[in-house]
Design a protein around this ligand. Structure first.
Ligand SMILES: Cc1ncc(COP(=O)(O)O)c(C=O)c1O
Length: 480
């Protein structure tokens, strides 16, 4: 069994084993014709259930063959140009190289004595990101597992900075289309059930600042504490960017912590063309960035940044075995003092390799391409009478619905769109997402793959229309 431990005597086994896995994946990528096979959970479950985990195969090739059967064959492949659904990007190769290195060396980014240079690399990337945001000289931050954790940590700091003795009086104001992790965070932070105030959005799905001002005033009159305003720079459903300068102004006036959830919009930090869409982000107290959404990084790769490093102390606890206080005096750097996690992956290495091999402009160029693609897709949809499209994209999301001229019942149109999404998924020809707009079912493309073309978009729209028409035709038959 010791031959499976990675060490000086097994380096060759490691090389062969990992290379075999890499070759499988490379072959898969080269031959995958559709983003998905359409497999159902019912069809796949027996194959997974049939494996006896107490009877190992004792053979890498056999284990990879089995993996082909239970995973690789039917996985959803984000690199495929017709995967258009959620906020999953295709990944860049330098990041995969980083991933291979970080998992083999297996540093843990909590303390210096578990990571050494890893700590410095992460710190440099945090400084780099804070510099791109413009947070100023006192900024700091830490890598996290994702946007959900970044938002949670930011709101924890905001709660502590609010210094309220009664948690029930705290309020978090966020637009009605902000990410649900804001509500989850409020719950985890022990705030009351009414803590999150949903602020209405305008036609472009951007937070209405007049409504925000009204809510902040209402808080003040009721003796409530607006502990934070969450501005979203790239909403999950629409990619809309809240008016950051105006929100910063209001936060200043009412003494609220300004958190910018740029989990999606952070790609603009590298943009060569559209960086100005994030203007105002530099006034935030904290910012969430998900490199695994718009920097073409593999999951997980995210960070929370703060304007004032001192606020990170709210996450600091000392343990004699790990990070005793004397280490601060001895100036031994660690990241665990800033993190909600203890043992933590060296995810920063993926971004490091990306910046060192491709450079930030390379990432920015790819993100600009998907933003341009979305603008072309919007023109296509706006000119197509079969579809209703909402919100001209600020990033790379398109939300639309099939609206046949002959059908007026909105509920029937809802069903046709739901059916089209399901049928498309089952066919595996493309994967698209869905959401609701004003109570009605819409479909969504989240475009994060520069390999997707306008022809792909046009072809998938035709497929959607075809499935919806078929549904409506069959529904007419059922009715007659
Ligand atoms: C705006 C926004 N914030 C936060 C999150 C949560 O990020 P994660 O899934 O990395 O936890 C998402 C996820 O889609 C998001 O779109």
């Amino acid at each position: 069994m010791r031959s499976h431990l990675l060490n000086d005597t097994t380096a060759e086994h490691y090389r062969r084993s990992v290379t075999e896995g890499v070759e499988r994946v490379a072959a898969k990528l080269a031959t995958t014709e559709r983003p998905f096979t359409g497999v159902t959970a019912d069809a796949l479950s027996p194959r997974v259930d049939g494996i006896d985990l107490d009877r190992p195969l004792h053979d890498t090739t056999a284990a990879l063959d089995e993996l082909e059967d239970v995973y690789l064959r039917d996985a959803v492949y984000f690199h495929h140009p017709r995967y258009l659904a959620h906020l999953n990007c295709p990944v860049v190769i330098p990041a995969l190289l980083g991933e291979a290195v970080l998992s083999a060396v297996n540093s843990s980014l909590d303390t210096w004595d578990q990571s050494a240079g890893g700590t410095l690399i992460e710190r440099k990337l945090i400084d780099w990101t804070a510099g791109r945001i413009g947070l100023g000289p006192a900024a700091d931050g830490v890598f996290t597992s994702g946007g959900t954790q970044s938002n949670l940590q930011a709101l924890l700091l905001a709660r502590e900075e609010a210094k309220a003795d009664d948690l029930a009086r705290l309020r978090v104001l966020a637009s009605e289309v902000s990410h649900f992790s804001v509500q989850k965070s409020a719950k985890l932070l022990g705030l009351g059930p009414d803590a999150v105030v949903a602020v209405p959005v305008d036609h472009d799905k951007r937070l209405r600042t007049v409504a925000l001002a009204r809510e902040l005033e209402r808080c003040a009159e009721a003796g409530l504490v607006p502990m934070a305003v969450v501005a979203t720079a790239g909403t999950t459903d629409f990619g809309s960017i809240d008016p950051l300068p105006e929100i910063a102004e209001l936060c200043g006036r009412y003494g609220a912590w300004m958190h910018v959830d740029a989990a999606y919009g952070c790609g603009l930090l590298a943009s060569l063309k559209y960086r100005d869409r994030l203007d105002g982000i530099e006034r935030a107290d904290s910012v969430t960035v998900d490199y695994h959404k718009s920097f073409f990084q593999p999951v997980s790769s995210s960070a929370v940044l703060v304007r004032d490093a001192a606020t990170l102390r709210h996450a600091t606890y000392h343990a004699e075995y790990l990070n005793p206080r004397r280490m601060v005096r001895e100036r031994i750097p660690n990241q665990v003092d800033k993190s909600l996690q203890t043992t933590r992956r060296f995810d920063a290495l993926k971004l490091w390799m990306t910046l060192r091999v491709m450079g930030a402009d390379g990432i920015g160029q790819l993100f600009d391409e998907v933003c341009d693609l979305a603008a072309e897709g919007w023109s296509l949809l706006a000119a197509d009478p079969r579809f209703d499209v909402v919100v001209e994209p600020s990033l790379s999301t398109l939300v639309f619905r099939y609206v046949p001229a002959a059908v007026t019942d909105p509920a029937e149109i809802d069903r046709a769109n739901l059916h089209a999404r399901k049928a498309l998924f089952a066919s595996g020809d493309a994967v698209v997402a869905g959401t609701k707009v004003a109570g009605r079912h819409y479909l969504k493309f989240t475009l994060l793959n520069p390999e997707t073309t306008t022809s792909d978009i046009a072809a998938v729209l035709d497929l959607i229309a075809g499935h919806a028409e078929q549904y409506l035709g069959e529904s007419l038959d059922r009715a007659s």
